[in-house]
Design a binder for this molecule. Sequence first.
Ligand SMILES: CC(C)(COP(=O)(O)OP(=O)(O)OC[C@H]1O[C@@H](n2cnc3c(N)ncnc32)[C@H](O)[C@@H]1OP(=O)(O)O)[C@@H](O)C(=O)NCCC(=O)NCCS
Length: 166
Amino acid sequence: MTAGPKRSRLQVVLPRPTRPIDPAFRHPRPEDAPELGDLALRAYRGTPDDGDVGTSPQEAAEEMGRVFDGTYGPPLLDASYVLAHEDRLIAGALVTLWKDGPLLAYLFTAPEHVGKGLGSRLVNAVMAALGDLGHTSLNLAVTEDNRAARRLYERLGFVVVQGRSV
Ligand SMILES: CC(C)(COP(=O)(O)OP(=O)(O)OC[C@H]1O[C@@H](n2cnc3c(N)ncnc32)[C@H](O)[C@@H]1OP(=O)(O)O)[C@@H](O)C(=O)NCCC(=O)NCCS
């Protein structure tokens, strides 16, 4: 969530009726912040958003803590999801209420699990939960060079709503 490279603001209109949530997912809890920080640090390493969650496990845990403590707007934990595999978190999607609506503040998948559809499944779950909560759209900011993320979002129906970041 740093200033940094050029980002686009994307938005998707949420579908209704929504689909059932993947039973493997659970909602994140504030005490997940350190593990989510480790995961995010590994996920962002080497991507165009490297450094977004800091450069050390402690900084990354603090950044995840800021999502939970409301720095980016009230956290919408009922519409946020994490996925564990063998007792370790391997993917997460964190949503807050920012200005005019829900914001996908963070989405990440462990490097050893990318390309298996986890990111897409998580965003689908977020969209379904937000729809059930009565929200009508979901916003996010994505770096222009982040091809993997842009491709995922475009496939799920997100469109650019303004040239610059949220
Ligand atoms: C973006 C991210 C969450 C995707 O997670 P994922 O679990 O791999 O998601 P999926 O498997 O559902 O989809 C990944 C898509 O990106 C594509 N992809 C993966 N790496 C890519 C790359 N280097 N360049 C282009 N496309 C790539 C995959 O082919 C797939 O698209 P497809 O299904 O149309 O073929 C993950 O790469 C990640 O954690 N990145 C670092 C954090 C980040 O950038 N988050 C988003 C910030 S807005």
